[in-house]
Design a protein around this ligand. Structure first.
Ligand SMILES: Cc1ncc(COP(=O)(O)O)c(C=O)c1O
Length: 452
C-alpha cells in the first residue's frame, strides 16, 4: 500500500507540474487511445500498480487541464493544494459522512464549515446547512425546503401525502434563471414550465418592478451571479417585497455568493441575507475538488423535514446535528473535509484575495479586448466577461480556433441575440502571466482572421 500511494503521489505531482506546459485540451490521438482502457473485462485481476500506470499513461493525456491557470470555460475552478491533499487523506479515511456515529470527524468538520460559511457569506448564523454534490442539488434541496414550508402553512404535509391534491404553489423566476433551477423544479414536481417568468434587464437581472403580487404560497427564485454576465438580482428590493407577504425567496448563488467575502463586491449582494434559502457552489470558486456544494436554509427545520428519511431501528441517531437529515443522500463521501481544508488554508484574507484577483483579471481581459477593438457585451461586475468579435460566424471562428490552439479555453453562448465568447475567471491558479498569454492568444487569433 505504501509504495502504491507513493507512486500515486509521484504521478499526480508530475501531472500537476506539467499542466502549464501542455495544451489545455487533449489531442485527438490521446482521446483515441482511451480505447485501451476498455475491451472485455479481463477474467483475472490486475495489480494496483500496473493498473495505476495504465490509468496515468492513458488517462492523464486525455484530461482537460481545468485545474491549470488558463481554462476559462463554463464556471470552473481548480483545486487548491490543501483541498487536494485533504481529499487524498479523506480518501484513505474512507468515511461515510451520513451520521455522527459513522464519522465523528466528518460531522464535526461539517459543523465547523457550516459556521464559517454562514459567517463568510453574511447569512443568518442559525441556518441549517446540507453538504451536497453541486448547485443543482443545492437548488433542489432549498426548493424542497420551500415547498415543504409553504404547504405546511396551508395545512398540507407534502412529505406524507405528496403533491396530488395539494394546494397550488406558484413559482416566480427571472427570464435569465439558470437551467439547474428549472431542473430542480422539475424533480420536485413543481414543473419547469409551470413558472411565472419575470423579464430581465440588459444585464440579466430580474426586473423587481415587474414582480407580480406575492403571497404565502409563492416561491421567488432569484440569482446572485448570472452565469453569463455575473450580474446580481436586486435581493434587497425583492426580499423586502416578499417579506411582507410570507413568500419564500430562494437564491441561486452558485458562484456569485462568494463575492460577499470582499468589501468591494459585497454591495452587489446587498439584502441577500434576507432570503429564506441559498444554493452555494464549492467546486467552482472555492476551488475544492468535484463534487461539492452547500444548501443553507434560514429555518433548519424546513430543510430537515423535507430531506430526512423516516426512522429505521438500526440507524443510530444522536441528539446533535445528523448530517444525512439535511441532504438528499444518505451514505456519501465526506466532502466537508476539503471545504474545511480550503477555508482554513486560505483564511479569510486568502479567500478575499483569490476572489478579488479573479475579478481584477476578468476586468483585465475586458479592458485589453476592448482596446484591441472587440466588443465587451456586459458590465464586468464580477468574474464573467462576454466578448463579440463581430458577426456570429466570426465569433464562432475565433472560439473554435482558440479551442484548437490549446493555449487557453473559452466556450460560447448567445447573449441577448448576440453570439459571444464567455470568459469565466474562477481558478486560484490563474496568474497574471496566464492572463497575458491568453489575451495574446485571443488577439492574435482574432486579428489573424481579420487580415485574411
Ligand atoms: C448560477 C448558476 N446556478 C447553477 C449552476 C449549476 O451548478 P452545478 O453544475 O454545480 O450544478 C451554475 C453553473 O455554472 C450557475 O452558474
Amino acid at each position: 500500500m505504501r509504495e502504491l500511494l507513493a507512486d500515486t503521489a509521484e504521478r499526480a505531482a508530475r501531472y500537476l507540474s506539467e499542466i502549464d506546459l501542455r495544451p489545455v485540451v487533449p489531442s485527438v490521438e490521446s482521446i483515441a487511445r482511451l480505447q485501451a482502457l476498455g475491451g472485455t473485462l479481463p477474467e483475472h485481476p490486475t495489480g494496483p500498480a500496473e493498473l495505476l500506470a495504465l490509468l496515468d499513461e492513458i488517462g492523464s493525456p486525455a484530461t482537460v487541464a481545468t485545474t491549470g491557470g488558463r481554462y476559462f470555460g463554463f464556471v470552473v475552478g481548480g483545486t487548491l493544494p490543501a483541498a487536494l491533499a485533504a481529499n487524498w487523506l479523506a480518501g484513505a479515511w474512507d468515511q461515510n459522512a451520513a451520521m455522527q456515529v459513522m464519522s465523528p470527524v466528518a460531522a464535526k468538520l461539517e459543523e465547523i464549515v457550516r459556521e464559517w460559511t454562514l459567517d463568510l457569506l453574511a447569512l443568518p448564523s442559525g441556518s441549517g446547512v446540507g453538504f451536497v454534490t453541486c448547485t443543482t442539488m443545492a437548488n433542489f434541496s432549498g426548493l424542497a425546503a420551500a415547498r415543504s414550508a409553504l404547504l405546511q402553512r396551508s395545512g398540507w404535509n407534502v412529505e406524507e401525502d405528496g403533491l396530488f391534491g395539494a394546494p397550488p404553489i406558484r413559482v416566480v423566476v427571472g427570464e435569465e434563471v439558470h437551467v439547474s433551477v428549472l431542473k430542480a423544479l422539475n424533480m420536485l414536481g413543481l414543473g419547469r414550465s409551470r413558472v411565472t417568468t419575470i423579464p430581465a434587464d440588459g444585464q440579466g437581472r430580474m426586473r423587481a418592478d415587474a414582480l407580480p403580487g406575492l403571497d404565502e404560497r409563492t416561491i421567488v427564485c432569484i440569482q446572485s451571479g448570472n452565469v453569463n454576465t455575473g450580474a446580481f438580482d436586486r435581493a434587497k428590493e425583492i426580499c423586502a417585497r416578499a417579506g411582507d407577504t410570507g413568500a419564500w425567496v430562494h437564491v441561486d448563488g452558485a458562484f456569485g455568493l462568494w463575492g460577499a467575502v470582499s468589501p468591494f463586491y459585497a454591495p452587489l449582494l446587498d439584502g441577500v441575507g434576507g432570503a429564506d434559502s441559498w444554493a452555494i457552489d464549492c467546486h467552482k470558486w472555492l476551488n475544492v475538488p468535484y463534487d461539492s456544494g452547500m444548501v443553507a436554509v434560514r429555518q433548519p427545520e424546513h430543510l430537515r423535514r423535507a430531506l430526512s428519511a423516516g426512522n429505521a431501528a438500526y440507524l443510530t441517531q444522536s441528539s446533535g446535528r445528523e448530517p444525512w437529515q439535511y441532504t438528499p443522500d444518505s451514505s456519501r463521501r465526506a466532502r466537508g473535509i476539503e471545504l474545511w481544508a480550503a477555508m482554513r488554508s486560505l483564511g479569510r484574507s486568502g479567500l478575499r484575495e483569490m476572489i478579488e484577483r479573479n475579478c481584477r483579471q476578468a476586468k483585465q481581459f475586458a479592458d485589453a479586448l476592448r482596446a484591441a477593438g472587440f466588443s465587451v457585451l456586459n458590465e464586468v461586475v464580477l468574474n464573467q466577461v462576454l466578448v463579440s468579435f463581430g458577426p456570429p460566424e466570426e465569433t464562432r471562428r475565433v472560439i473554435a480556433a482558440l479551442q484548437a490552439d490549446g493555449t487557453c479555453w473559452f466556450g460560447g453562448t448567445v447573449w441577448k441575440g448576440h453570439t459571444a465568447m464567455r470568459i469565466s475567471v474562477s481558478c486560484w491558479a490563474t496568474s497574471d502571466d496566464d492572463i497575458e498569454r491568453s489575451i495574446s492568444a485571443i488577439v492574435g487569433i482574432a486579428k489573424a482572421g481579420k487580415n485574411c
